[in-house]
Write a protein of this length. Sequence first.
Length: 290
Amino acid sequence: MALFTTHTTTMSLPPPAMRSIKWGQVATGASAILALILLGSAVAQSQSVQWSEIPRYLVHPSILRGVLLTLELTAGAMVFGISLGCLLAVMATSTNFVLKAIAAGFVWWFRGVPLIVQIFLWFNIALFIPQVGVGHYSISINDLVTPALAGFLALGLHEAANMSEIIRSGLLAIDRGQREAATALGLKSRQTFRTVILPQAARLIIPPTGNQAIGMLKASAIVSVIGMQDLLTQAQVIYARNFLVIELLFVASIWYLAITTVASIGQHYLEKSLQPKYRNGKDKTGGARA
């Protein structure tokens, strides 16, 4: 019996091409690094900044109270804005012309007017409506609308207008065929929205919502114009007494950067958890990966 042997022929692959050095990129990168080193050296050697005061004021009780108030204001305004934004988005996508017009008017006003103007309007609302009440009972608007409430209303309503557009666009981005397929399977409108539309829309809505939250944190500093005791206002009060202006602004900046960094990391992992998981060419629901 004849034995047949097979021989595999190995083809030698050409050596990988050497990557050419792009001297233009090297020169640009070196110039940028050198500029950063020179800038950092100039700032560090400045004799007009007392760097040793910055760590001390980072944990100053007034600064910590300002940080807490900033976080509370940001969280409260975001919760209020998202809740009202959801309602406005539902109104904007409804078939009722009156509801759509009300939602459009709200978004038009609160997105179009600058935030600082809205803050001043709420802070001075007593010039327009001095008192409110029912029957013989009335209360002064100055007693009702405090700087804290004025800042909260301005930030919350402004955020509601932005969130309304984000949620509306996320809902409309889902293909109409998804709704028709769910209806064909016998799902009711509420079930279709909860089990089919919302999970898909969430992947489109959450990333910009995270950006809005980070933007809200930074925008909250604008309430310092009406004397609300947030982080920036507390820093201003302190440097008005000791004249350490740059040092206290550095303190406020470090806190803002720290909070936004933590928020950005949380946003990253939240977005990652919403992405579909693929395994062996199929997603976690068993469907084939496109």
